[in-house]
Design a protein around this ligand. Structure first.
Ligand SMILES: [Zn+2]
Length: 151
């Protein structure tokens, strides 16, 4: 890190501590040329993921919207609000790992479906039927047959 006083590029870290509940590390440094002490802060770069919709439009990834979609699919089903928020967190966590900046909406839909499939078959079919916009009745029936086969 360039010394703010003399411009030298080598320094020694003499102290590191977590601040803001661990979200940031503050490092105390000493310039190896002039002995000047200065501090740096280090934090995780949060990328605001953007969703690329089927029609090519972009919009920010919105956890509330994702939660609303899950709630709609799980309406009157034995799925708790805690389960919904856990799904939202794990989906967004995976998306942040897998994508740098832009997320195709299809990737989100597939993640939602794989979670609903484990939690509740009715919610899964509801979501899948809306999400996949079944082109014909047969496609929808195949989906349901797939569920029945597993029971
Ligand atoms: Zn210096």
């Amino acid at each position: 890190m360039r010394c703010p006083k003399c411009g030298h590029l080598k320094d020694k870290v003499v102290d590191s501590r977590l601040v803001q509940q661990g979200a940031v590390i503050r490092r105390r440094r000493i310039c190896q040329a002039c002995g000047h002490r200065f501090s740096t802060y280090e934090e995780v770069v949060r990328v605001n993921l953007r969703v690329v919709k089927r029609d090519g439009r972009h919009e920010p990834l919105d956890k509330r919207k994702l939660a609303a979609g899950l709630e709609r699919a799980c309406e009157k089903r034995p799925v708790s609000p805690d389960q919904i928020s856990a799904m939202v967190e794990s989906i967004v966590g995976e998306l942040e790992n897998e994508f740098d900046r832009e997320v195709p909406s299809t990737a989100i839909g597939l993640k939602v479906m794989s979670r609903l499939e484990e939690i509740d078959d009715v919610a899964y079919v509801r979501f899948a039927s809306v999400y996949r916009r079944f082109r014909d009745v047969n496609q929808f029936l195949n989906e349901i047959e797939g569920l029945i086969d597993r029971e």
